[in-house]
Design a protein around this ligand. Structure first.
Ligand code: CDP
Ligand code: MG
Length: 140
């Protein structure tokens, strides 16, 4: 079934010059980019985006990391887009990520792990709405 999901290339991914490499992987996996924007989150936006983790010990560090530089945010569309994108990403900790995944190839640590992807239909809808208005989505 065709689905949409939110993807973020995090500050370490943008700084390593990985936008093109990761976009190629989306295309090869049959994931279409139907919206995209580069932006630099401020503290309040990063706290809001990751609010589910606000009680976790890594929350403040995560917010500092996510606000440390520009990010590239995109909406992906395709069959099983949510799981397919999570497969391309690999496990949260690059040390546990399968070979050939973005996090295994380019992640430095459990925090600095290059990419974000929605983890289910509910969060995908909420996260897409966090960054994009309906008129900014361009299915093709
Ligand atoms: O991103 P993912 O859904 O795989 O993992 P998460 O459990 O939702 O955590 C969100 C983000 O918090 C991770 O991608 C890491 O950047 C960061 N994190 C961390 O810094 N330390 C941890 N022990 C777990 C996550
Ligand atoms: Mg998550």
């Amino acid at each position: 079934m065709s689905q949409r999901t939110l993807s973020i290339i995090k500050p370490d991914g943008v700084a390593q010059g990985l936008i093109g490499e990761i976009y190629k992987r989306f295309a090869d996996a049959g994931l279409k980019i139907i919206a995209a924007r580069m932006l630099h989150l401020d503290d309040q936006q990063a706290r809001e985006f990751y609010r589910v983790h606000c009680e976790r010990p890594f929350y403040d560090d995560l917010v500092a990391y996510m606000t440390s530089g520009p990010i590239m945010v995109q909406v992906l569309e395709g069959v099983d887009a949510i799981d397919r994108n999570r497969e391309l990403m690999g496990a949260t900790n690059p040390a546990d990520a399968a070979r050939g995944t973005v996090r295994a190839d380019f992640g430095e640590s459990v925090e600095r792990n290059v990419v974000h992807g929605s983890d289910g239909p509910g969060t995908a809808g909420e996260e897409i709405d966090f960054f994009f208005r309906r008129a900014e989505l361009h299915p093709h």
